[in-house]
Design a protein around this ligand. Structure first.
Ligand SMILES: Nc1ncnc2c1ncn2[C@@H]1O[C@H](COP(=O)(O)OP(=O)(O)OP(=O)(O)O)[C@@H](O)[C@H]1O
Length: 656
């Protein structure tokens, strides 16, 4: 307590003692009584030095709101020294206990390790300890961290909902390739994203797509994806199945599989791909069970041959339904046979038959006319998730202004309402791949439910799709004096729109000078993360370390234990990019014969999960393979553990 009885003002360096981005073992999870959010206790640093965490108000100014995050909002902002535009993801820290949200912890740790053109970069972490704006009389400090990210002009959900943007097929191909590039990088770095959806795919002013929101991402065990199996196969590790926003949740998750793989992300990519045509999420289940029904209504109830493992999952009852696939009727009007094949393989019910990010990039759909565009050109208008409500209002307005069609006989009945009642419209003449995809009028109010994991750990939050006013037009009213938390000269915060103290970029100039691609200096570009010898995808690398031997026993999948078929070790067949018109090879995935060979003899309710087999010919200490200890944690089994690891992921592995 202070001298006058008021609470003591924390020192300016209060946060300096905390260590962000490192949790060595599963921390005890606590729940804040006031907000009901889950937190972990921040550990104190051994030294008192500031470590990559500067003070917010010294360096940044907060601007308009871009989106609503689970543990805080996302704002547009300005870096004061350079006047560069940034996005700031706010993380509110529990004031009483100094607790930090786990999802934020995880996102920061993982983003710090990734470096790829199609992955959002974490510029830095800053903290804000200005007086609490909700209680101007108190000396309480408002405690929040900000993740500073490069500012992106749009996210894919905003783009798809924007009635003024119509994506061409060549742009959709370009976007799909970029998404797959980013995802392939994440998967090869041994992470699963676990929240792929349109709102988490950001687009910069150059048309470069970036995967964002790594709050649910995690390290996986086992081999990275290769042309035979999706990543994570064979480790026997179990993860929580309540991940991914429900409408983008893969069928194995819906059926309660805990030993899933990176294929859950590919399912999300399939949903995003199809959403580009219908311009709304394609699988809108109302509950978790209903999600299963919605999936099977589109793709058909899987038979035993379609998906062997489904019968052994907790939600197997769903497979007793009898739905017929409707995917051709629904998406055949937008896509050619090849395009439809691509969609079907992204949305394969059996995760082991689903394309991997790498194999998907080589699907012949990408070599068919129209070829992927060189660069996506979006209108200069910014389109974020937060703008969806504005688009909805615009759409509603334009519908209510539409003159109703005259009834037969060309007379207008007296009782006819000027408001069009039904929004049903026939899709315009469906053309194949060379046409601009036209969706029927869509229900733009559709908004996916939040991820179930977040439902469990966080307060269900209302959806705030915009910041309450059209962003580009009307300046907000000036706030009462004395509420300015951020600007040193005490200008009211909301005066930022009057132009007098706005930076050169605040006039919505789309040029984002903070963007690394536009501000390219090779001196400061980090080398990409090495994939390591365990990343044995069969890409174009000539380095023999990155090629798998056909006899590599690590690719024998213990989930399919009897697979001794020699044909599995034949060379992998690839799509030829030179012959786009060759007929589709339906056996492409799996390329080497029946994937589920030998499963007929399978008796147990679940296949056993032996330790990942390591052939004697392999250099054992190159295998960065965690082995489960008796107490359930994982230890490093390399013969020389002091050797530097490619990815030191042990600290973030076991949160959930
Ligand atoms: N770097 C950025 N540039 C521009 N807009 C951004 C940026 N990062 C996030 N946004 C906007 O904020 C929204 C929410 O961001 P994000 O998904 O990272 O937060 P979240 O807390 O994980 O949200 P959710 O719980 O919905 O997944 C995005 O959909 C996007 O519209």
């Amino acid at each position: 307590m202070g001298d006058n009885g008021s609470p003591a003002v924390p020192s300016k360096t209060e946060f300096n003692k905390y260590k962000i981005g490192k949790v060595k073992s599963t921390p005890s999870i606590q729940r804040d009584a006031k907000t009901n959010l889950t937190y972990i206790k921040l550990r104190k640093r051994s030294s008192e030095k500031v470590y990559g965490c500067t003070i917010f108000q010294d360096h940044y100014r907060e601007d308009e709101k871009l989106g609503q995050g689970t543990f805080g909002e996302v704002y547009k902002g300005i870096h004061l020294e350079t006047q560069r535009q940034v996005a700031m993801k706010k993380i509110i820290v529990s004031v009483e206990k100094d607790l930090f949200p786990i999802t934020a912890q995880r996102e920061i740790t993982i983003l710090k390790r990734l470096n790829h053109k199609n992955i959002i970069k974490l510029i830095e972490m800053v903290y804000d300890h200005s007086p609490d704006p909700t209680n101007s009389a108190s000396t309480n400090l408002h405690k929040a961290f900000y993740m500073i990210l490069p500012y992106m002009v749009a996210d894919l959900s905003g783009v798809l909902h924007n009635p003024r943007i119509n994506l061409e097929m060549c742009d959709i191909k370009n976007m799909m390739l970029q998404i797959l590039e980013g995802l392939n990088y994440i998967h090869c770095a041994k992470f699963m994203h676990r929240d792929i959806k349109t709102a988490n795919i950001l687009i910069d002013h150059n048309g470069v797509l970036k995967l964002a929101d790594f709050g649910l991402a995690r390290l996986y065990y086992g081999c990275p994806p290769n042309l035979k199996y999706p990543g994570g196969a064979g480790s026997g590790a179990k993860y929580t199945s309540v991940v991914v926003t429900r409408w983008y949740r893969a069928p194995e998750l819906v059926l309660g599989d805990k030993q899933y793989t990176t294929a859950v992300d590919i399912w999300g990519v399939g949903c995003v791909f199809a959403e580009c045509f219908e311009k709304k999420p394609i699988l809108q289940g109302k509950t978790d069970i209903d999600q299963g029904h919605v999936i099977f209504k589109l793709l058909g109830t899987p038979t035993k041959e379609d998906w062997v493992m489904a019968r052994h999952l907790p939600g197997a009852e769903l497979t007793t339904t009898n739905y017929k696939s409707t995917i051709k009727e629904r998406f055949g009007k937008y896509l050619t046979e090849t395009g439809l094949d691509f969609l079907k393989q992204l949305l394969a019910l059996d995760p082991y038959k689903r394309l991997t990010a790498m194999s998907a990039k080589h699907h012949p759909w990408f070599t068919q006319e129209p070829l992927p565009s060189e660069r996506i050109r979006l209108p200069s208008e910014e389109s974020h998730e937060a703008d969806i409500k504005r688009y909805k209002e615009e759409m509603h307005q334009s519908l209510s202004q539409r003159v109703p069609t005259a009834p037969r006989g060309h007379t207008v009945e007296k009782s006819e309402s000027p408001v069009v009642k039904s929004r049903m419209a026939m899709p315009r003449g469906p053309k194949k791949d060379d046409a601009i995809p036209i969706a029927p009028l869509r229900d733009i109010s559709a908004k996916p439910p939040p991820s179930k994991l977040r439902d469990l750990h966080q307060n269900p939050r209302p959806y705030h799709p915009n910041n309450g006013y059209p962003k580009t037009v009307v300046p907000p009213p000036v706030a009462p004096a004395g509420v300015n938390r951020y600007v040193a000269n005490n200008t009211p915060r909301t005066n930022r729109f009057n132009g007098s103290n706005a930076g050169p970029n605040s006039n919505r100039n789309p040029v984002n000078r903070f963007h690394p691609e536009t501000n390219f200096n090779p001196k400061y570009v980090k080398a990409p993360l090495p994939l390591g010898p365990q990343s044995r995808y069969q890409g174009n690398s000539t380095d023999s370390r990155y090629k798998s031997s056909p006899n590599d026993s690590r690719y024998l999948n213990p989930r399919y234990p009897n697979k001794s078929d020699a044909s599995l070790n034949k060379p992998v067949q690839k799509y030829s990019r030179q012959e786009p018109n060759t007929p589709i090879n339906r056996n492409y995935n799996p390329p080497n014969g029946p994937r589920n060979a030998g499963f007929e003899h399978y008796q147990d309710s679940r296949p056993p999960h032996p330790q990942f087999p390591i052939s004697s010919s392999q250099n054992q200490h190159q295998i960065n393979k965690p082995v489960e200890k008796k107490n359930g944690s994982f230890k490093d089994e390399r013969t020389n553990p002091d050797e530097p690891k490619e990815f030191d992921n042990g600290d973030i592995a076991d949160l959930y």
